[in-house]
Design a protein around this ligand. Structure first.
Ligand code: HEM
Length: 377
């Protein structure tokens, strides 16, 4: 189920990017974020929550949660591409809210059932699910108060991007990077515990501030900057050699962190630029091309082998990981350049990131085929 979800999401990302010059903005963005990223995040959480709570693997029924989320996201995309008929995306929002409540309740049950206390990353996931729920509620509220549509839309988009995706990503990255490299970051859990209030408060301030009072949003962005800076400095101290390498998942995961910081800076800059003949930076484009795509490609190269063959790790897993991570250093540069160009409003930025993603998709399919055949690397 999880490997299928990874390939489906990567294919959806590539399709959305290629569709972007021809589709309406809400349609292609939701194809990418609501139909592509949201179900994948639910799938990844259902894998990680048992690990973080040291409990048995997820019950089969939990596998339905990403499917319900996918149905919700798909309904939203159909509604937007067919001219925004509102009951379509409202039904989609209700499905996605049901999925977020189901996963949240399941996570709380696992937390209550475990011995001792869970890994600090679990609280990041629960905060992320709460943000998604509130973001979708905001869009349903827009149906009741259409005069506040623009403010609620801003609230929705920031709670979803920084809150739902950003909190999930940073919590996961702090755990994933040491695993990818095979050397522990002994302060990771302590840092996660200390930084969650900053990241969560930062998200709320950006969401509320962007809907009404810009200085609040800048304060929120500063809170987030502290969190990203602390993680980035720790990584550079511990893993500099692997981050600036030609192969392996580390360059992509580090690029994702830099891309998130860049989209935050683009958001602050676009709020600050009010006049002049400047091009406004597009934070959503940076978020997609410079953060989301390297994040998912990097995480997939580490996790696909485990998800394809769960259980004891052996030479097959190492071989598959080596094949998947080949040339990720080059991809990291291409995604980063694509993110900057897309953020500056250059259409080739999104296309460069789309091409880099398709290159990874082809490599992943070839790795799967060759490793199945048992050919030596
Ligand atoms: C089923 C789930 C979802 C529904 C029903 C939904 C609904 C909406 C609606 C009604 C809008 C306003 C569109 C307009 O301006 O006409 C919107 C905007 C937006 N949503 Fe969602 N959304 C969903 C999930 C998500 C997710 C998961 C994300 C990101 C992680 C997201 C990110 C955005 C962004 C970035 C915008 C602003 C688009 C723009 O700049 O034009 N949404 N959403």
């Amino acid at each position: 189920m999880l490997p299928a979800l990874v390939f489906l999401s990567l294919a959806i990302f590539a399709a959305a990017l290629l569709w972007s010059p021809h589709a309406g903005r809400a349609a292609y963005l939701h194809l990418m974020l609501a139909a592509g990223a949201m179900p994948l995040i639910f799938g990844a959480m259902s894998h990680f929550i048992p690990v973080l709570t040291r409990t048995r693997e997820a019950e089969r029924v939990i596998g339905l949660v990403p499917v319900v989320a996918l149905a919700g996201g798909a309904l939203a995309v159909v509604a937007f591409s067919a001219g925004g008929f509102s009951w379509g995306w409202q039904a989609g929002a209700v499905l996605a809210m049901a999925a977020s409540v189901a996963l949240f309740v399941w996570s709380r049950k696992r937390r209550a059932a475990m011995l001792g206390s869970p890994h600090a990353c679990l609280a990041w996931y629960e905060a992320a699910l709460a943000c998604l729920f509130a973001a979708l509620l905001a869009m349903l509220a827009a149906g009741l108060w259409p005069q506040h549509f623009l403010q609620l839309r801003r609230f929705h988009l920031h709670l979803n991007t920084l809150g739902f995706i950003g909190l999930t990503a940073v919590g996961t990255l702090a755990v994933l990077m040491p695993t990818v490299i095979g050397r522990p970051d002994v302060l990771a859990a302590q840092r996660l515990r200390r930084d969650l209030p900053w990241a969560f408060a930062g998200t709320l301030l950006v969401a509320a501030g962007s809907a009404g009072f810009a200085p609040l949003a800048w304060l929120g962005a500063a809170f987030w900057a502290i969190v990203l800076l602390r993680l980035g400095v720790a990584w550079l101290r511990l893993y500099r050699g692997e981050i600036f390498a030609r192969h392996g998942a580390a360059p992509l995961l580090a690029t994702a962190l830099a891309g998130l910081a860049l989209s935050l800076a683009a958001g602050a800059a676009s709020a600050a630029i009010v006049s002049g003949g400047w091009n406004l930076p597009d934070p959503t484009a940076v978020f997609i091309a410079g953060f989301l795509l390297p994040l998912v490609s990097g995480a997939a190269s580490q996790l696909l082998p485990v998800w394809l063959r769960p259980g004891v790790q052996n030479a097959w897993h190492g071989d598959m990981r080596r094949r998947l991570g080949r040339h990720h250093g080059v991809r990291a540069l291409l995604f980063f350049a694509g993110g900057i160009a897309a953020g500056l409003g250059q259409p080739w930025g999104l296309l460069l990131s789309a091409a880099t993603l398709v290159w990874f998709l082809l490599q992943a399919a070839a790795s799967l085929f060759l490793t199945r055949q048992g050919n030596p690397s």
